[in-house]
Each structure stands twice: as structure tokens, then as C-alpha cells.
Write a protein that binds this ligand. Structure first.
Ligand SMILES: Cc1cc2nc3c(=O)[nH]c(=O)nc-3n(C[C@H](O)[C@H](O)[C@H](O)COP(=O)(O)OP(=O)(O)OC[C@H]3O[C@@H](n4cnc5c(N)ncnc54)[C@H](O)[C@@H]3O)c2cc1C
Length: 389
């Protein structure tokens, strides 16, 4: 399919940058507008599973990500109170694609530098979409720059990669993202300051399970730091280290050591987009990708992975389908069923991770009796996904 003008992408997050790179790989030009002046460190760590990393391999970026991240062979599930290992879930793919834990800033840097090298991508930082309206020849976008100048841009097709609080969705009068009732507390530990017990406890991705809450720890920044996320209900609870430690873990165990070593925590209230949110807007002149389409709870560690898959599927559809409407329809049909399945999986993890006693005893027994291979096979539909050729 031919485009007379570059496709306009709103947002230079993981979804926006991967979409632009996937389009460029298929010879389609794009222009990204991003409200931030610079793509600075946002958030903390991310797990990137093989399904997402196959897209990165196709874009020629896997080696850089492997250098910046840390390879995991298993995800360990532990009892938060006793530190007992409940299960080892193998996450290495049979085709050799790794499972990485990585700093978000490293992922964003690798994507951003690749986009800068690409002639088919124009990047406008410090440029915020404030309004849009359909016109006969496409869509007319109103932008505000960092210096409060206004400008307008016309496009035939807009890809909204502007995150869970999408401005494009708001302009289309869609129901906004809603609070999930959960909050994530984000902390980080410098490995140089960590005790050997902490280093051993976090050599692989570890989830600590407890009633109504859980924590996840893993190495990032090529192993120089540990990312720690504590997730619980978002009632009015203090976020000081001592208060978090007493809610999450008795003193003297692995998780308590991690919480104290982290020192301070940043709150991150978790919002989700409505599951029935339409993705095709303004008579197929705009569509949603990434968190703008399907912001979900991070219990399956798949939000960014789904954004990355979206990018590969959308670029393929726009390249091979005869017209815009069929391309966008193909994108939505392919993606929606998979994203819904991932959402259900995240809901299942939430239920299982947060089980109270005595139900957690049953869970622990089932996990102990499940061969590692069976756990791997149960996730094959997720991790073995391959991008369209
Ligand atoms: C605690 C936590 C842990 C997580 N862990 C994982 C994990 O391990 N693995 C995983 O795959 N996912 C994980 N996720 C999910 C993942 O972080 C998100 O799914 C992913 O970052 C979404 O990327 P995005 O590009 O769609 O949105 P964003 O990262 O929100 O990017 C949106 C971009 O659009 C820009 N923008 C917004 N509005 C405008 C506007 N009006 N004009 C111009 N630009 C605009 C923003 O500045 C931003 O750069 C986690 C999420 C949380 C909260």
C-alpha cells in the first residue's frame, strides 16, 4: 500500500518508536510527535519476553538489548514470608530467543537511536498533540510546542501511541482509563551496595507472593542494579520504607532485605483502559496501539510486549493490505483476541499470586507437583509468538 504523506505517530514511547521502526523496515515513512523535550529515564525495569524480542531481532536491535539487559532462564515464584521457592517457571525459548530484564531507559535509548539513524522517520520532540478533527483530506492535528507555539499538521493516518491517558482517545470522546484499585511502589538498588544475600536472591527474576499483594525483583542495567516493584491495593497507606517493609514481609527474609536496601519508593497508581475501547477511530483515519489501546495490569509483564507486537502486526498489515481500511481491520482482528487472552492471563496471575491461606497451600502444592516443562508448555502460546514475515 502506498502513502502520499508520512504516517503520523503520537508518542515516542515503546509503542510509538517500535511502530515507526517497523514501518521503516517495510519502506513506509512516518513522523513521530512527542510532548517530552527529551526521552529521559521513565519508570524503572521491564521484563521483555521472547515474543517481544523476536520483533527486536527483526529490527536488528536484539544484540544491543542483550548488552544492556540481563538474560533470565527462569522466573522464580517464592513465598514472600518464608522465602521458600514455590516454582521455577522456565522462560527461555526453544528457538534461542532470550527473556531479558532491562532498564526502561535502556530500551527507549536503543529504540530512539535506531529511529534517529532511520531516514524514513522524522522525530519532533517537545511537540504535544492538543486537538484533532477530521477534514475532507484526512485529519487536522493541533500541536503545541515547548515554547507554547501552536502549529497544525495534516495526515492521512494517525497512530495513537500516547499511552494509557491517550489524548487521541479523549478527542474521540472514548471513556477514559480507570484506576484499577492497585498501586505499584517502585524502588531500585545499586548492586555495588547490595549484600551477597541480596545479590544471590536477585540473580534471576523473582516474584514474592503474599495475600493481596506481591513483589517482583530482577537485575537491570547489565546487572549493575536491581529493580524492585511492590504491588498492593491503593488504599491510603504510607509509602515509607519501614511501613512498606512491615506490610510486605517479616524482617530478616529476602524481601525485607531488598526493601530496606532500596531505601525509597515512588508510587505508581495502576490504571487500565476499558476492555471494550474501540481501536479504530475517525473512519479509519486513526487507530490506537500500545497502552492507548489496551493498558493492562502488569501481572503478566506483557504491556510493553503487546505494544511491540502491535507495531509489527500493524506495519505488516499496512504493507500488504490493499487499502487503509482493510489494513486497520486486519490489525484489529489479529491483535484483539491475543490481547484479550493476555489480559485474562494477567487476571489469573493476580488471583493466584494474591491467594489467602488456606487456599495458598493448595496453590503451593499444585506448583510443587507441576513439572517445570508443564509450566513452560502452559505459556507456549504467549512466548512462542512470532511476528509476521
Ligand atoms: C509497574 C509496572 C511494571 C510493568 N512491567 C512490565 C514488564 O515487565 N513487561 C512489559 O512488557 N510491560 C510492563 N509494563 C507495561 C509497560 O510499561 C507499558 O505497557 C508500556 O510502557 C506502554 O508503552 P506505550 O508506548 O504504549 O505508552 P507510554 O510508555 O505511556 O508512552 C506514551 C508516550 O506518548 C507521549 N504522549 C502522551 N500524550 C501525548 C500528546 N498529547 N502529544 C504527544 N506525545 C504524547 C508520552 O510522553 C509518552 O512518551 C509495566 C507497567 C507497570 C506500571
Amino acid at each position: 500500500m502506498q502513502f502520499d504523506r508520512p504516517i503520523l505517530i503520537v508518542g515516542a514511547g515503546i509503542a510509538g518508536l517500535t511502530t515507526a521502526l517497523s514501518l521503516a523496515k517495510r519502506g513506509i515513512a512516518s513522523r513521530i510527535v512527542e510532548r517530552a523535550n527529551a526521552l529521559e529515564e521513565v519508570g524503572a525495569g521491564l521484563q521483555l519476553s521472547p515474543n517481544a524480542l523476536r520483533v527486536m531481532r527483526d529490527l536488528g536491535l536484539l544484540a544491543s538489548l542483550e548488552t544492556a539487559g540481563v538474560k533470565a532462564r527462569n522466573v522464580l515464584l517464592k513465598d514472600a514470608r518464608s522465602s521458600r521457592i514455590l516454582a521455577r517457571v522456565p522462560v527461555e525459548a526453544s528457538d534461542g530467543t532470550p527473556y531479558l530484564s532491562i532498564h526502561r531507559a535502556d530500551l527507549q535509548r536503543v529504540l530512539y537511536e535506531a529511529a534517529q539513524r532511520e531516514a524514513a522517520i522524522q522525530l519532533d520532540l517537545g511537540c504535544e498533540l492538543t486537538n484533532l478533527q477530521p477534514i475532507d483530506t484526512g485529519l487536522l492535528l493541533a500541536m503545541r510546542t515547548t515554547h507554547s507555539e501552536t502549529k497544525s499538521i495534516e495526515t492521512d493516518l494517525l497512530v495513537a501511541a500516547d499511552g494509557v491517558r491517550s489524548q487521541v482517545a479523549a478527542n474521540a470522546s472514548l471513556a477514559p482509563a480507570k484506576p484499577s484499585g492497585m498501586i505499584a511502589w517502585r524502588g531500585r538498588i545499586e548492586m555495588g551496595n547490595a549484600s551477597s544475600e541480596i545479590a544471590t536472591a536477585t540473580s534471576s527474576i523473582t516474584a514474592f507472593l503474599d495475600r493481596d499483594r506481591h513483589a517482583v525483583a530482577y537485575p537491570i542495567a547489565a546487572g549493575r542494579q536491581i529493580n524492585l516493584v511492590l504491588i498492593e491495593g491503593d488504599g491510603a497507606q504510607p509509602g515509607e520504607t519501614s511501613a512498606l517493609a512491615s506490610r510486605f514481609s517479616p524482617s530478616g527474609n529476602d524481601l525485607s532485605r531488598l526493601i530496606h536496601a532500596s531505601g525509597s519508593f515512588t508510587p505508581w497508581p495502576l490504571s487500565v483502559t476499558p476492555e471494550d475501547r474501540p481501536w479504530r477511530l475517525f473512519d479509519d483515519r486513526a487507530l490506537l496501539v500500545g497502552d492507548a489501546a489496551h493498558g493492562m495490569l502488569p501481572f503478566a509483564a506483557q504491556g510493553a510486549a503487546m505494544a511491540i507486537e502491535d507495531a509489527a502486526v500493524l506495519a505488516h498489515a499496512l504493507a500488504v493490505q490493499p487499502d487503509r481500511a482493510s489494513a486497520i481491520a486486519a490489525y484489529e482482528t489479529t491483535r484483539r483476541s491475543r490481547v484479550d487472552r493476555v489480559r485474562r492471563r494477567a487476571g489469573f496471575h493476580r488471583f493466584v499470586y494474591h491467594l489467602p491461606r488456606p487456599f495458598s497451600f493448595g496453590r503451593d502444592l499444585v506448583m510443587a507437583l507441576s513439572p517445570a516443562d508443564r509450566l513452560r508448555v502452559s505459556l507456549a502460546w504467549l512466548y512462542d509468538w512470532t511476528p509476521p514475515a
